[in-house]
Unconditional design. Sequence first.
Length: 267
Amino acid sequence: MSGSEQAGEGSSDKERSPFTKPGFVASAVGIALIAVLGGIVVLTGGSDEKDADDPPPVATAPGASATPASPASKAPSSAASSCPAPKDTDTSEASILDLRATGLSWKKLGPLNLPLSQRSGPAVTEGQVARCFAHTPRGAVLALANISVRSANGAGWRDVVEQQVFPDEAKAVYEQSVAANRSDWTSDYPPEFGLPQLAGYKLVSYSADTAVVDFVFQTPGGKVLSMPLTARWHGGDWKQKMAPDGGQTELAGAKDTTDGYVLFPRG
């Protein structure tokens, strides 16, 4: 399934890239994490989470800007308040150039590879919910890589939406869109169609309450796909801010190369 050839059946989706539709795992790495970017990449497989023997291929991704949403309720959840203090406290934007230093590893969610870090998070994993990311640029990158995939794939996707999607009007639209998209699936993951793998990322902008990260994915055929995603700091953790139309981004597109992106380290 290429980003330009397949679209939804509805008229509003006719010209829309499938990579922007909930349920599509563009960050196959799960961010490379959970599908869809509203997903990330689409692979078929079991829903059991297990260590990945090999990390996903490396690539890059372009950037995109986003307008911070107005602050929502500030009351931290009990889950967020129970987060252990992260070891990663480096808020410099240059810190994203070195994820390996955070103790990066890869873990499988079904067929999807997701990046995890000993220093930047997630520090807590409960079922499919992986939470407690560092309040840093690296924490934001890893949070988006995971939430984008986990919120659209696997048996526990609704728990991820409930706890890790920013609470605004777009949240309900996103959940409905994912549910509708998954109605045609025969398992907890989309059918395999040439799964893009999370390759790299670019920090578009960062502040204490909002981060915009452009992820890049690479298909088996060599095509490069860009997906800029937005995170908001809310309730003591990073939450993914969804697009008003029920997708993870409105700015997905094809790129010629991964030049200009930081590649995810392997091994």
